[in-house]
Design a protein around this ligand. Sequence first.
Ligand code: SAH
Length: 353
Amino acid sequence: MKKSIYELSAEEKISWLKSHGHPSFRATQLSQWALKPGITSFQQMKNLPTPLRQQLEAEFCLRNTQMVTHLGSPDDSAEKFLLRLSDGSCIETVLLHNDKGEHTVCVSTQVGCAMKCVFCASGMNGLVRNLSAHEILEQFLFVADHISVTHQSAGTANRLSHAVIMGMGEPLANLPNLLAALKIVSAKDGLGISARKITISTAGLPDGIRLLATIKHPYHLAISLHAPSDSLRNELMPINRKYGIHSVLDAATYYFHQTGRRVTYEYILIADVNDSKIHARQLCSLLKNQNALINLIPFNPVESLDFRSPSQERIAQFSEILKENGLSSVIRHRKGEKLEAACGQLRLHHLPK
Ligand code: SAH
């Protein structure tokens, strides 16, 4: 497999150029081209001399994935893509649109997932492997290419403005590659999506959370809580048996003190599992001293799982109890719900039987 051009630092580009007989200013031109939406071949880099384009083509790649399936359309609020990586593995990437002309990408960080959360399709067949930094970055480039084609005439406001690291996999279990990709994504001379507009969602790995707290321009942090007690969380999210809720919350407190950024807690509401008044009250006492925003997410059906989403009344009742206790919460229906429902299912349907 050819090396990704995006994995070369500015210095490495310059030294490669020099060793191939080209001036160092070409490095800036090359970097600018490589991040332009719609530029998928070195031949499109018009102001680079032909021999240089050929040398680049022979040694490096710009895109390594292929689209297998595309669900939804640019006029819907969400589109979902199944992408095939160079080793044949598949990942899901989702693109969300709002009516302000802003676009959010939801990216995967692993093929499969090792967390084995019992309600989630992504981890059903376990972890296959981590994505490389290039494979993470390529999801951003892929959707930016797509937006540049589908929203071409819709005006300049149309650009990839936000990212959520909430696709397949556990981002903090692949942190070095994720951070390498996000460095390019968030750089002003990269894709220019500021760190504040990038949310990393984790099943709760305390060491990774502490590491995220030390980054100079911190990314927004979301923690998948989903249960207000260790006993229930142990059942729903096996990773909790290793760390326990309190060490996750301690790490979140550390993140808040270091960065001043409020942490979001995700709480999937599953009928008759974690949605009772008692659970709501337990959640209030658990989070009362945290500066927390709670996202209540009605469970998104997964084929072969018996879990269901609660009724509207029950969701409202849960949210009301949080409000009475002074906790901020928002009810969020996952967009893309109709597109093969929860994340991970599209890939499962394409695995060899
Ligand atoms: N591993 C990371 C990020 C990937 S999942 C994490 O755990 O946060 C992104 C979010 O989707 C998580 O909050 C996850 O718990 C949630 N999720 C998984 N399956 C779901 C389903 N069937 N319905 C609703 N949310 C789901």
